[in-house]
Design a protein around this ligand. Structure first.
Ligand code: HEC
Ligand code: HEC
Ligand code: HEC
Ligand code: HEC
Ligand code: HEC
Ligand code: HEC
Ligand code: HEC
Ligand code: HEC
Length: 329
């Protein structure tokens, strides 16, 4: 008898969506299918479930299990956060029924990466997701309006953004205002869409780095993306695993746009090896690692190719590092 019931249940589960018994309803509230977002390394997955219908919810990204949420008895909303990667992410939520059945739903989201030639624009059939500008039911349990304390929270958890965005500071190097959870310094709740940031992003950085920017703008040779004010193409506004919160290690960052540039241009050894481009201390910038940015300013310089000196005088140029106190060879 029990077996027959289980078989019946399985048969029901195989039916198309409409055929599910309403007792096992499961809906992904956020994210929304076929939408894209700018940047993020994590995304919230909130499901609305029939209370007490499931013993657990499992969340998969591209088939890999990321969350196994038990203890959901009585809950109607199950909130969690998963890691995502640039490109299309297939997020599947599976509700586990006590006697072995499974109800699954899935959505596809596209994450943009400004420094990936492959993923810097979303496919045509994806629309931009502005969560805070769409209507949601989250406010029944969460504070959704910015509070006075959000300007300069004393503790991270004082920020009303913290509950949902706490992973944003999980990086090795975190940018000052983000580390302080002063999110509203850049995300204006009166902006349209809400919390959107200005383009070009330089306008936002200028508020605190105006002196640096003005000094660079006076220099004769300006780097393409800097001249366009695209600071956040190279710098994450929040943080990253590299100093100065660059989106990759500088050499890899440069090579993601200058794809043909192997680095062989400075000098090529007899065996074809180029001048070192990483893995040694940078003699010009104590504490940093040698990279393309050791010779080229990523922003601007008075010299051609944004170099730190005139390369047509190899002796002086090379001696910017070699035969110096920092590197006597
Ligand atoms: C220095 C300015 C700045 C600060 C401070 C800042 N942000 Fe952002 N944020 C941006 C910009 C610019 C974007 C647009 C996407 C990008 O360039 O990566 C963004 C995107 C986002 C996104 C969407 C994509 C992603 O990266 O996840 C979230 C969520 C977000 N910010 C939350 C926060 C929270 C929470 C804080 C406070 C802890 C914060 N931001 C602090 C500038 C800032
Ligand atoms: C029925 C109440 C309820 C509703 C509705 C609700 N949440 Fe939650 N949410 C909670 C509770 C309780 C927590 C745990 C609080 C904590 O960790 O401090 C939580 C935690 C979260 C977290 C953190 C999860 C984690 O693993 O760190 C996120 C993200 C989140 N909610 C997003 C949302 C979003 C987005 C919505 C609307 C689509 C929403 N929630 C609606 C009750 C709710
Ligand atoms: C109830 C949970 C919740 C709270 C509280 C919350 N956010 Fe969000 N936020 C989300 C979700 C969900 C998204 C969609 C992207 C994602 O899943 O990370 C989002 C996206 C964003 C984005 C990207 C633009 C957009 O609208 O999609 C920004 C910027 C942002 N949040 C800033 C903030 C700031 C600043 C605060 C605090 C003043 C805050 N959020 C509080 C859940 C929340
Ligand atoms: C609200 C003020 C504020 C805004 C806006 C702001 N920053 Fe910053 N930034 C700081 C502070 C404070 C520091 C120094 C503390 C630290 O190292 O995080 C800093 C440091 C930096 C550094 C490291 C500088 C160094 O010499 O160590 C970089 C890179 C940077 N910011 C990039 C940006 C970019 C790009 C933007 C625009 C998206 C931006 N910042 C917007 C306040 C701000
Ligand atoms: C092409 C990529 C790129 C762009 C565009 C860019 N930066 Fe940078 N920036 C870097 C790299 C790489 C470093 C680290 C240099 C190093 O490792 O020596 C850096 C360093 C910095 C620093 C630290 C200063 C220092 O000591 O070198 C600040 C401040 C900064 N950037 C702000 C900005 C601002 C503001 C903008 C936009 C107006 C911007 N950057 C645009 C790549 C970039
Ligand atoms: C977002 C893409 C992007 C990134 C990342 C990037 N660049 Fe560029 N770079 C450009 C563009 C666009 C130009 C202007 C194209 C031109 O004038 O030929 C340029 C021009 C240059 C030039 C001048 C070339 C010439 O022939 O005048 C140099 C040198 C250079 N970049 C070095 C770097 C270095 C070093 C880095 C890493 C710190 C870097 N770039 C990162 C896009 C990028
Ligand atoms: C040791 C100093 C040094 C380092 C490190 C360095 N460059 Fe250069 N770069 C030069 C010099 C000198 C020139 C001008 C003469 C030439 O082309 O050899 C130049 C020219 C360039 C040019 C413009 C001319 C061309 O060949 O297109 C680009 C673009 C460039 N470098 C990108 C990079 C990138 C990307 C890296 C990191 C992989 C890098 N450079 C690392 C010294 C350096
Ligand atoms: C930004 C600083 C910098 C500049 C400028 C620079 N180099 Fe270097 N160079 C280095 C570093 C760091 C190493 C690695 C040192 C080591 O092996 O310990 C290196 C290694 C070398 C080596 C290999 C030496 C060895 O022992 O393996 C040669 C040859 C060389 N550089 C030639 C040049 C020439 C020629 C120029 C001028 C066109 C130049 N370099 C400009 C930093 C620089």
């Amino acid at each position: 008898m029990k077996r027959a019931a289980v078989c019946l249940l399985f048969l029901l589960l195989l039916l198309p969506q409409k055929g599910y018994p309403s007792d096992y309803s499961l809906k992904i509230v956020t994210p929304v299918d076929s939408t894209y977002t700018q940047g993020g390394q994590t995304i919230s997955v909130v499901s609305k479930v029939q209370a007490n219908a499931f013993s657990a919810l499992k969340i998969y990204v591209d088939g890999g299990l990321q969350k196994d949420l038990g203890d959901i008895d009585g809950k109607q909303y199950v909130c969690s956060v998963v890691s995502v990667h640039p490109g299309i992410n297939t997020i599947m939520v599976s509700g586990i029924i006590e006697d072995g059945g499974v109800v699954s739903r899935q959505v596809k989201v596209f994450i943009i990466s400004p420094i990936s030639a492959k993923y810097n624009t979303a496919p045509d059939d994806y629309t931009q997701y502005w969560f805070h500008s769409s209507s949601s039911t989250c406010f029944t349990c969460h504070q959704m309006q910015p509070q006075k304390t959000d300007l300069y929270p004393v503790k991270h958890s004082d920020s009303s953004c913290y509950v949902c965005h706490k992973d944003i500071t999980d990086r090795k190097y975190v940018h000052g205002p983000t580390a302080a959870w002063a999110c509203l310094m850049c995300h204006d709740s009166n902006a349209d869409p809400k919390y959107s940031t200005p383009t070009p992003p330089e306008k936002m950085c200028e508020k605190c780095h105006g002196d640096d920017i003005a000094a660079w703008q006076k220099l004769k040779h300006q780097h393409g993306p800097f001249a366009l004010g695209m600071c956040t193409t190279c710098h994450s506004p929040h943080g990253s695993n590299w100093p100065f919160w660059t989106r990759k290690f500088p050499t890899d960052l440069c090579l993601s746009c200058h794809i043909g540039q192997s680095g062989n241009h400075v000098i090529t050894f007899f065996n074809g090896d180029p001048h070192p481009m990483r893995g040694h201390p940078d003699p010009r910038h104590p504490g940093r690692e040698l990279s393309c940015a050791s010779c080229h300013s990523p922003h601007a310089s008075p010299y051609r190719f944004q170099l730190f000196g005139d390369y047509r005088h190899p002796r002086t140029f090379c001696r910017g590092c070699h035969f110096t106190k920092a590197m006597p060879y």
